[in-house]
Design a protein around this ligand. Structure first.
Ligand SMILES: C[S@@+](CC[C@H](N)C(=O)[O-])C[C@H]1O[C@@H](n2cnc3c(N)ncnc32)[C@H](O)[C@@H]1O
Length: 288
């Protein structure tokens, strides 16, 4: 947890998602508390509920938001259960909500199997209470199931070759670490470039382990129902699979007006400072 997470599009989130009159804001992915602390600082009458399914994230957020005592409630949970989580606190509606999807920088560096060089257990769970790990996916899914996951969630055109390499390799002994997995993919793809050859495979397995696309569908559906009229919903996504879901759900909803006809992207100075920001897309909609 040594590397701090740099929040993306801070000013854009603050200006497009919150107004000075708002009383209750939901940060559905509080992470290291970067967006939350910025919003609480900028809007003194705002109260905030911060959710995260990762315990480490909540510990970090708790430290960062200590100065806002009385205005912040942190809750561990998956935003796919947004209605239940908020209902448990007697919250039936709110003024605005942010989903900053994906994972935090400190999760990447935490020896939890998210990084290509992690020599520790191949885990990739954001919530360590859930049973399915990346180890289970890699060592027990059939060739067909692996190929499907890597194709659909990684949009990797060499999925068959990679799935074959994984199933052959695990016959010798289980694939236990992220480093072992990235080495197998590297060999199977026989291609190097600016982007690590295992990037898409890792993305795919992470999405499968954490159920990320279903989480977005379910959390966003609850958010659309629960946000008050004229309240806003904002989503920052980092890959096209998520962005497509957000774009479609916004477009198809009869109760939303789309505020960002095109997604807001970070400018060059932000990308230079924080390369992770380069793929960020921020979409905002308002309840009619
Ligand atoms: C990109 S980070 C958020 C960073 C945060 N905005 C900040 O400024 O520090 C995404 C966070 O969302 C959490 N997360 C991802 N999917 C989630 C879900 N379905 N439910 C709850 N938390 C989730 C991750 O654990 C991670 O901490």
């Amino acid at each position: 947890m040594s590397v701090a997470h740099v929040p993306v599009l801070l000013e854009e989130v603050a200006n497009n998602l919150v107004s000075g009159k708002d009383k209750l804001f939901i940060d559905a992915t509080v992470g290291g508390g970067g967006h939350s602390s910025y919003l609480l600082e900028k809007y003194p009458s705002l109260n905030l509920i911060g959710l995260d399914m990762d315990e480490d994230a909540l510990t970090t957020a708790g430290g960062r938001l200590r100065g806002f005592e009385g205005r912040v409630t942190l809750v561990r949970g998956n935003f796919r259960d947004l209605r239940e989580l908020l209902g448990g606190m007697n919250v039936l509606s709110f003024d605005g909500i942010l989903f900053d999807l994906g994972f935090s920088t400190f999760q990447m560096g935490g020896g939890r199997g998210f990084s290509f060089n992690d020599d520790t257990f191949l885990d990739m769970r954001m919530d360590d209470r859930q049973p399915l790990t990346a180890y289970d996916v890699v060592n027990s899914y059939s060739f067909e199931a692996l190929q499907k996951v890597i194709t659909e969630y990684g949009e990797e055109y060499r999925a068959a070759r990679i799935a074959k390499a994984i199933t052959e390799e695990r016959r010798k002994r289980p694939i236990s670490t992220a480093k072992e997995l990235s080495t197998i993919v590297l060999k199977a793809k026989r291609k190097t470039g600016r982007v690590h050859p295992a990037t898409k495979t890792f993305q795919a397995i992470r999405i499968e382990v954490n159920g990320e696309l279903d989480n977005v569908r379910s959390g966003l559906a609850d958010a659309i129902d629960m946000v008050r009229p004229t309240g806003r919903i904002g989503v920052i996504s980092f890959h096209s699979l998520e962005d497509r879901i957000v774009k479609e759900m916004f477009r198809m909803s009869p109760v939303l007006s789309i505020i960002t006809k095109k997604p807001i992207r970070p400018g060059r100075p932000e990308i230079l400072m924080n390369p992770r920001a380069r793929s960020a897309k921020f979409r905002v909609a308002e309840k009619k």
